[in-house]
Ligand binder design. Sequence first.
Ligand SMILES: [Zn+2]
Length: 226
Amino acid sequence: MPFIQSLCCNETVPTVDAKTLTEYLEIYPGLFQGHGEIVLYDQPREGGGRKAEDYPPDAPLLLGVYQVARERQLLVWLHPGEGHQDSLERVLNRHPDLTFIVHGEETESNIGNLMEKYSNIYFALNDLHGREYPLGDRNSKSRFLAILEDYEPLIEKDLATWQELIEKYPDRFRWATDRGGSAGLWSYDADAGQILVDYAREFIGRLDPEVQERFAYENAQRILQD
Ligand SMILES: [Zn+2]
Protein backbone atom coordinates (compact mmCIF):
# COMPACT_ATOMS: atom_id res chain seq x y z
CA MET A 1 0.00 0.00 0.00
CA PRO A 2 2.17 2.89 -1.15
CA PHE A 3 2.24 6.28 0.51
CA ILE A 4 3.72 9.30 -1.21
CA GLN A 5 6.53 10.97 0.71
CA SER A 6 6.96 14.23 -1.13
CA LEU A 7 10.27 15.42 0.23
CA CYS A 8 11.24 18.92 -0.76
CA CYS A 9 14.04 21.40 -0.85
CA ASN A 10 16.72 19.36 0.96
CA GLU A 11 14.19 19.06 3.80
CA THR A 12 14.29 22.75 4.62
CA VAL A 13 10.50 22.36 4.44
CA PRO A 14 8.70 19.14 5.41
CA THR A 15 6.83 18.53 2.15
CA VAL A 16 5.89 20.10 -1.16
CA ASP A 17 2.96 22.53 -1.24
CA ALA A 18 -0.60 21.56 -2.09
CA LYS A 19 -0.34 22.54 -5.75
CA THR A 20 2.84 20.52 -6.35
CA LEU A 21 1.46 17.57 -4.42
CA THR A 22 -1.62 17.61 -6.62
CA GLU A 23 0.58 17.58 -9.72
CA TYR A 24 2.49 14.58 -8.40
CA LEU A 25 -0.70 12.71 -7.58
CA GLU A 26 -2.09 13.37 -11.06
CA ILE A 27 0.71 11.31 -12.62
CA TYR A 28 -0.78 8.01 -11.38
CA PRO A 29 -4.19 8.83 -9.90
CA GLY A 30 -5.25 6.33 -7.27
CA LEU A 31 -1.79 4.85 -6.81
CA PHE A 32 -1.21 6.27 -3.35
CA GLN A 33 -3.30 5.53 -0.26
CA GLY A 34 -1.60 8.01 1.99
CA HIS A 35 0.74 10.92 2.32
CA GLY A 36 3.81 10.64 4.50
CA GLU A 37 5.47 10.16 6.62
CA ILE A 38 5.73 13.92 6.88
CA VAL A 39 8.74 14.58 9.09
CA LEU A 40 8.22 17.54 11.40
CA TYR A 41 11.06 17.18 13.88
CA ASP A 42 14.32 19.14 13.61
CA GLN A 43 16.30 18.51 10.45
CA PRO A 44 19.72 20.01 11.09
CA ARG A 45 21.72 20.64 7.94
CA GLU A 46 24.98 22.35 7.26
CA GLY A 47 24.13 26.02 7.19
CA GLY A 48 21.05 25.72 9.41
CA GLY A 49 18.45 23.26 8.21
CA ARG A 50 14.91 23.24 9.55
CA LYS A 51 13.59 23.68 13.08
CA ALA A 52 10.54 21.83 14.35
CA GLU A 53 9.08 25.08 15.67
CA ASP A 54 8.83 26.49 12.12
CA TYR A 55 6.55 23.68 10.91
CA PRO A 56 4.09 22.52 13.56
CA PRO A 57 1.29 20.19 12.36
CA ASP A 58 -1.02 23.17 11.72
CA ALA A 59 1.48 25.23 9.73
CA PRO A 60 -0.20 26.85 6.69
CA LEU A 61 1.79 24.65 4.29
CA LEU A 62 0.38 21.55 5.97
CA LEU A 63 -3.19 22.83 6.16
CA GLY A 64 -3.05 23.06 2.35
CA VAL A 65 -1.71 19.52 2.15
CA TYR A 66 -4.53 18.19 4.37
CA GLN A 67 -7.01 19.74 1.95
CA VAL A 68 -5.46 17.69 -0.87
CA ALA A 69 -5.56 14.60 1.35
CA ARG A 70 -9.25 15.20 1.97
CA GLU A 71 -10.06 15.62 -1.72
CA ARG A 72 -8.13 12.47 -2.63
CA GLN A 73 -9.06 10.42 0.44
CA LEU A 74 -5.47 9.93 1.53
CA LEU A 75 -4.38 8.93 4.98
CA VAL A 76 -1.94 11.39 6.56
CA TRP A 77 1.13 10.08 8.36
CA LEU A 78 2.86 12.58 10.61
CA HIS A 79 6.00 12.38 12.68
CA PRO A 80 5.51 15.37 15.03
CA GLY A 81 8.47 17.09 16.65
CA GLU A 82 9.08 18.39 20.15
CA GLY A 83 6.59 21.07 21.19
CA HIS A 84 3.99 20.06 18.61
CA GLN A 85 1.37 18.55 20.88
CA ASP A 86 -1.04 21.49 21.04
CA SER A 87 -0.76 22.03 17.32
CA LEU A 88 -1.37 18.34 16.66
CA GLU A 89 -4.44 18.46 18.84
CA ARG A 90 -5.83 21.43 16.88
CA VAL A 91 -5.30 19.52 13.64
CA LEU A 92 -7.13 16.44 14.93
CA ASN A 93 -9.96 18.59 16.21
CA ARG A 94 -10.37 20.52 12.95
CA HIS A 95 -10.07 17.55 10.59
CA PRO A 96 -12.43 14.92 11.98
CA ASP A 97 -12.92 13.50 8.48
CA LEU A 98 -9.19 12.82 7.96
CA THR A 99 -7.37 9.82 9.40
CA PHE A 100 -4.00 10.59 10.94
CA ILE A 101 -1.32 8.02 11.65
CA VAL A 102 1.46 9.30 13.86
CA HIS A 103 4.61 7.75 15.19
CA GLY A 104 7.74 8.78 17.03
CA GLU A 105 8.90 9.16 20.58
CA GLU A 106 7.89 12.85 20.64
CA THR A 107 4.20 11.85 20.78
CA GLU A 108 4.44 8.79 22.99
CA SER A 109 3.70 10.45 26.32
CA ASN A 110 0.59 12.16 24.93
CA ILE A 111 -0.85 9.46 22.70
CA GLY A 112 -3.31 8.04 25.23
CA ASN A 113 -4.68 11.51 25.89
CA LEU A 114 -5.12 12.15 22.15
CA MET A 115 -6.81 8.79 21.57
CA GLU A 116 -9.20 9.50 24.42
CA LYS A 117 -10.30 12.76 22.79
CA TYR A 118 -10.07 12.05 19.05
CA SER A 119 -11.20 9.06 17.08
CA ASN A 120 -9.14 9.97 14.00
CA ILE A 121 -5.67 9.26 15.38
CA TYR A 122 -3.73 6.02 15.10
CA PHE A 123 -0.26 5.16 16.31
CA ALA A 124 2.31 3.10 14.41
CA LEU A 125 4.38 1.48 17.12
CA ASN A 126 7.92 0.99 15.94
CA ASP A 127 9.51 2.15 19.19
CA LEU A 128 9.82 -1.33 20.65
CA HIS A 129 13.11 -3.02 21.61
CA GLY A 130 13.30 -1.41 25.05
CA ARG A 131 14.18 1.95 23.50
CA GLU A 132 17.56 0.61 22.43
CA TYR A 133 16.78 1.64 18.84
CA PRO A 134 18.64 -1.16 17.06
CA LEU A 135 17.62 0.46 13.75
CA GLY A 136 18.72 3.90 14.90
CA ASP A 137 20.94 6.40 13.18
CA ARG A 138 23.98 4.90 11.52
CA ASN A 139 23.84 1.68 13.54
CA SER A 140 25.79 -1.16 12.03
CA LYS A 141 24.20 -4.51 11.43
CA SER A 142 26.49 -6.10 14.00
CA ARG A 143 25.27 -3.60 16.59
CA PHE A 144 21.66 -4.40 15.64
CA LEU A 145 22.34 -8.12 16.11
CA ALA A 146 24.10 -7.51 19.43
CA ILE A 147 21.21 -5.45 20.84
CA LEU A 148 18.64 -8.09 19.92
CA GLU A 149 20.69 -11.16 20.76
CA ASP A 150 19.11 -11.72 24.16
CA TYR A 151 15.92 -9.70 24.00
CA GLU A 152 13.80 -10.99 26.89
CA PRO A 153 14.60 -7.97 29.12
CA LEU A 154 13.69 -5.66 26.25
CA ILE A 155 10.33 -7.40 25.75
CA GLU A 156 9.55 -6.95 29.42
CA LYS A 157 10.41 -3.27 29.20
CA ASP A 158 8.18 -2.88 26.14
CA LEU A 159 5.26 -4.58 27.87
CA ALA A 160 5.64 -2.27 30.85
CA THR A 161 5.59 0.74 28.52
CA TRP A 162 2.89 -0.25 26.04
CA GLN A 163 0.66 -3.12 27.07
CA GLU A 164 -1.84 -1.11 29.09
CA LEU A 165 -2.28 1.53 26.40
CA ILE A 166 -2.58 -0.94 23.54
CA GLU A 167 -5.21 -2.90 25.44
CA LYS A 168 -7.09 0.27 26.40
CA TYR A 169 -7.25 1.43 22.75
CA PRO A 170 -7.11 -1.91 20.94
CA ASP A 171 -8.18 -0.51 17.57
CA ARG A 172 -5.68 2.35 17.40
CA PHE A 173 -2.21 0.84 17.64
CA ARG A 174 -0.46 -1.21 15.06
CA TRP A 175 2.88 -2.90 14.77
CA ALA A 176 5.48 -1.14 12.64
CA THR A 177 9.23 -1.41 12.10
CA ASP A 178 10.52 1.84 10.59
CA ARG A 179 13.03 -0.19 8.58
CA GLY A 180 15.19 1.49 6.04
CA GLY A 181 14.93 5.00 7.42
CA SER A 182 18.00 6.15 9.26
CA ALA A 183 19.50 2.66 9.45
CA GLY A 184 21.44 1.30 6.50
CA LEU A 185 20.10 -0.78 3.63
CA TRP A 186 21.14 -3.84 5.64
CA SER A 187 17.90 -3.34 7.60
CA TYR A 188 16.13 -4.91 4.59
CA ASP A 189 18.21 -8.09 4.81
CA ALA A 190 16.13 -11.22 5.28
CA ASP A 191 17.86 -12.20 8.50
CA ALA A 192 17.33 -8.72 10.01
CA GLY A 193 13.66 -8.92 9.00
CA GLN A 194 13.33 -12.34 10.61
CA ILE A 195 14.67 -11.03 13.91
CA LEU A 196 12.23 -8.10 13.87
CA VAL A 197 9.35 -10.50 13.20
CA ASP A 198 10.46 -12.95 15.88
CA TYR A 199 10.66 -10.10 18.36
CA ALA A 200 7.27 -8.72 17.40
CA ARG A 201 5.63 -12.14 17.71
CA GLU A 202 7.10 -12.57 21.15
CA PHE A 203 5.77 -9.16 22.19
CA ILE A 204 2.36 -9.57 20.56
CA GLY A 205 1.96 -13.07 22.00
CA ARG A 206 1.93 -11.63 25.49
CA LEU A 207 -0.85 -9.13 24.86
CA ASP A 208 -4.47 -9.90 25.65
CA PRO A 209 -5.50 -12.55 23.09
CA GLU A 210 -8.44 -10.30 22.12
CA VAL A 211 -6.03 -7.61 21.04
CA GLN A 212 -3.20 -9.56 19.44
CA GLU A 213 -4.46 -9.80 15.88
CA ARG A 214 -5.82 -6.28 15.89
CA PHE A 215 -2.43 -4.88 16.83
CA ALA A 216 -0.51 -7.25 14.56
CA TYR A 217 -2.38 -6.55 11.30
CA GLU A 218 -6.16 -6.09 11.50
CA ASN A 219 -6.01 -2.41 12.48
CA ALA A 220 -3.67 -1.66 9.60
CA GLN A 221 -5.87 -3.58 7.21
CA ARG A 222 -9.00 -1.76 8.34
CA ILE A 223 -7.44 1.71 8.12
CA LEU A 224 -6.14 1.02 4.63
CA GLN A 225 -9.37 -0.45 3.33
CA ASP A 226 -11.83 2.11 4.74
ZN1 LIG B 1 9.35 9.04 11.53
